[in-house]
Design a protein around this ligand. Structure first.
Ligand SMILES: [Zn+2]
Length: 125
């Protein structure tokens, strides 16, 4: 059988990521606004819980495809996953079906704007 992937290994792509939120994330509570000490939950002493209310903002990030994994099963389910290293050198996986990877910055920006609109519309959750 043959599985077609949208992109190739080594290809430069743009991924929509909420990197801005991650960079500003509190190092103690990792954006939860709370910490658990001995099974009890407390408001984070560093950010006073403010980290939990930080809005997500998607931005295009330029990446290079490091690895592609495909899997197929009976019933015609095919999944394609791309691996890349983010700007902090951390390995990340992203599924093609998430529709967050694009060949051009323009496409990625359009999709990011859509996602940011969704975040705003769903806000205050
Ligand atoms: Zn915190």
């Amino acid at each position: 059988m043959q599985i077609n992937t949208r992109f190739n290994i080594g290809q430069e792509l743009y991924v929509c990521t909420d990197i801005a939120a991650k960079q500003n994330q509190c190092s103690i509570c990792h954006g939860y606004g709370k910490v658990t000490i001995k099974y009890e939950s407390f408001i984070c002493p560093k950010c006073q819980g403010a980290s939990a209310h930080q809005p997500k903002e998607y931005k295009p990030e330029k990446i290079r495809v490091h690895k592609i994994r495909t899997s197929a099963s009976t019933g015609g389910n095919v999944s394609v996953k791309y691996t890349y290293f983010d700007d902090m050198g951390k390995k990340r996986n992203i599924a093609e079906s998430k529709n967050l990877l694009f060949a051009t910055q323009e496409e990625a920006e359009a999709r990011c704007n859509e996602l940011n609109k969704e975040v705003r519309d769903n806000g205050n959750r």
